[in-house]
Design a protein around this ligand. Structure first.
Ligand code: DX5
Ligand code: ZN
Length: 225
């Protein structure tokens, strides 16, 4: 578990009229990663953003670009996001076979990026067996993927603990990331469960004072180191 909580604001909650301003806000707020929610309208009902946004963001910031691919055919699209400059590329376990998961991780590693695998709230965590030792990040969804501004699902901390235990017994040390409904009132729950990174959409971009949010989240989590 990282000492300092990694904070990854999601640009899905930003005003797309001013993406550059949103990225500058994330930097000025001392957040760590830019979370980019890619939705294909098939794996999830919503359609949001894609490769051109990652490529533009790459030209605007040095921060880690964390691409969350909520897409049905990640093997086909992962290379496009790598070429666009994503540093972390996370695909969903529900969108790949076990073999495809290995191939997706290999594709991401060949490009020198970090591979992440994500599980939806109702997905049995056994899907992580055999791949958890091959990825640098496991994303535990704390909402049903598809939209920002949803409520945190209370069973999420237990799932984080189970993933932490699975990683330990596999001798793996992936970062554990949680995504969905994270704010001051929920960050303590997931931090206590052992999360390394939190995604925050509405809690950041809809805040009175976004600049204070990453620091406030780390303080609430007791992870300011
Ligand atoms: C949901 C996305 C999340 C979401 C987070 O499918 O993966 O990243 O945008 O937004 P909040 O923090 O508002 O739930
Ligand atoms: Zn996300």
């Amino acid at each position: 578990m990282t000492d300092r909580l990694i904070v990854a604001p999601s640009v899905l909650s930003a005003d797309f009229c001013d993406l550059g301003g949103a990225l500058r806000l994330i930097e000025q707020a001392q957040a760590d990663w830019v979370h980019i929610d890619v939705m294909d309208g098939h794996f999830v009902p919503n359609i949001t953003m894609g490769v051109p946004l990652v490529a533009s963001a790459r030209r605007c910031t040095e921060l880690t670009l964390d691409a969350h691919l909520m897409v049905s055919n990640p093997l086909r699209q992962i290379p496009w996001f790598l070429d666009a400059g994503a540093d972390v590329v996370t695909f969903h376990a529900e969108a790949v076979s076990a073999d495809e998961a290995h191939r997706a991780a290999a594709l991401i590693h060949e490009a020198g990026a970090k591979a992440g695998i994500s599980v939806k709230p109702k997905t049995d965590l056994s899907v992580l067996q055999g791949i958890i030792e091959e990825v640098e990040l496991v994303l535990v969804m704390s909402v049903e993927p598809g939209f920002s501004g949803q409520s945190f699902m209370p069973g999420s901390p237990d799932r984080i603990r189970q993933v932490r235990a699975m990683a330990a017994s596999a001798g793996a040390r992936p970062l554990i990331q949680v995504d969905g409904g994270i704010g001051l009132e929920t960050v303590g729950l997931v931090a206590e469960a052992g999360v390394d990174c939190v995604v925050c959409g509405n809690a950041f971009f809809k805040a009175e004072d976004p600049l204070s949010v990453p620091g406030a989240l780390r303080a609430a989590a007791g992870r300011e180191a």
